[in-house]
Design a protein around this ligand. Structure first.
Ligand code: SF4
Ligand code: SF4
Length: 353
């Protein structure tokens, strides 16, 4: 378990990102391609999670955002795709969880309808929330909406130090995040069993070749709980540690710092085959705002679509037409998959082991 001081250091030295202009160039080089590291075909399991990325509009524009979301983006779910998703949620009892992300999902077309549909069908509804949206005009009722529908809130708080959060996410974001967490607590989040509040920690982007994986999740959760309770009276359920994959703005930062290949090789050197069976891509369909299907949100951002056994690219309308969610056999991979399989593993639900 890290000491409080060690945990505080984990939040320091954020990498600065000054431009997005070059990062979509050639992929980073791992010594062994991820596909060759696999000893067996990387097969999909029975689908039980539908993760929907509703679009790229957000009230923030964080320096580390892998979606490149901002208030100036315009992409969001259309009414047509929203209806198709509602039909999928309605028709397939095997979907146990509907996981909504973005952008700021609360701002995007279809958000409330999708939550209400999922909950009416008895499914878990997860929202990946930036917390600050509750203070924007027109969204002040969001916390009460969450509580009413018992939405599981997974909120990013990459550090519990104000300077570091504001540097990554914008001035005043830490204060508003703390106020939002206190608001959720007043509604019963973090204390009532049906109102789950989880926080997400991302390690700092490296600024030198002294790389490290995310710290022990349980130890860091203890440190977060102590600090947030003692300083702000905040309670929450679980902390998820998520490894930075070399994609999106993280990839640009690494490339800009001339660390991209070294970081990929570091992740590869920590490859742990015990994580493979638990990866989130095994049982998930990830859908973008245009209805295209991927094995995970990372593949979605890197434009690596899921494919049927005959190589066809899949869409949500195709799923409705063929009448099964279990059409994908082989998961599409790339070398950034080493980020999910390093050490204790990483997923949208935190460490895997
Ligand atoms: S809050 Fe999330 S989606 Fe919005 S800019 Fe920040 S990282 Fe991106
Ligand atoms: S990036 Fe991670 S979740 Fe996505 S396919 Fe690779 S291992 Fe699976």
């Amino acid at each position: 378990m890290p000491s409080k001081l060690a945990s505080l250091r984990l939040c320091q030295n954020n990498g600065e990102i000054d431009s997005d202009s070059q990062y979509m160039q050639a992929p980073a080089i791992a010594a062994t391609p991820f596909s060759q590291k696999l000893q067996a075909p990387f097969l999909k399991h029975h689908i039980s999670v539908l993760q929907i990325n509703l679009g790229k509009i957000c009230n923030l524009a964080c320096t580390h955002c892998h979606v490149e979301a901002s208030p100036y983006r315009t992409e969001e779910l259309t009414p047509e795709i929203c209806q198709q998703l509602i039909e999928v949620i309605d028709r397939f009892p095997q979907i146990r969880t509907v996981d909504l992300t973005g952008g700021a999902p609360e701002m995007l077309h279809g958000f409330r309808q999708l939550v209400e549909t999922a909950r009416a069908k008895g499914k878990e509804a997860i929202v990946r929330s930036n917390l600050t949206i509750y203070f924007e005009r027109g969204y002040e009722d969001i916390p009460e909406f969450f509580a009413k529908h018992q939405v599981r809130v997974v909120a990013s708080l990459p550090c519990y130090l104000e300077d570091n959060v504001d540097k990554m996410r914008g001035k005043g974001v830490f204060d508003r995040s703390i106020q939002a967490l206190q608001w959720l607590n007043r509604l019963g989040y973090g204390s009532q069993p049906e109102l789950i509040l989880d926080l997400v920690y991302n390690p700092q982007l490296p600024t030198s070749s002294k790389f490290s994986l995310a710290p022990n999740q349980q130890g860091l959760e203890t440190a977060y709980k102590k600090h947030l309770q003692e300083n702000f009276g905040i309670v929450f359920n679980s902390l998820f540690t998520i490894t930075n994959l070399p994609i999106g703005r993280s990839k640009f930062h690494l490339r800009h710092s001339k660390l991209e290949d070294e970081y990929s090789q570091f992740l590869e050197s920590n490859f742990n085959s015990a994580t493979l069976d638990r990866l989130m891509c095994r049982n998930q369909l990830s859908v973008d705002y245009q209805g295209n299907i991927y094995d995970c949100d990372f593949n979605q951002m890197e434009n690596l679509p899921a494919r049927s056994p005959d190589g066809e690219i899949l869409t949500i309308s195709k799923i409705l037409e063929i009448g099964t969610l279990d059409i994908i056999q082989q998961i599409q991979t790339a070398d950034y998959c080493y980020g999910c399989t390093a050490g204790s593993g990483s997923s949208c639900g935190g460490a895997l082991l």
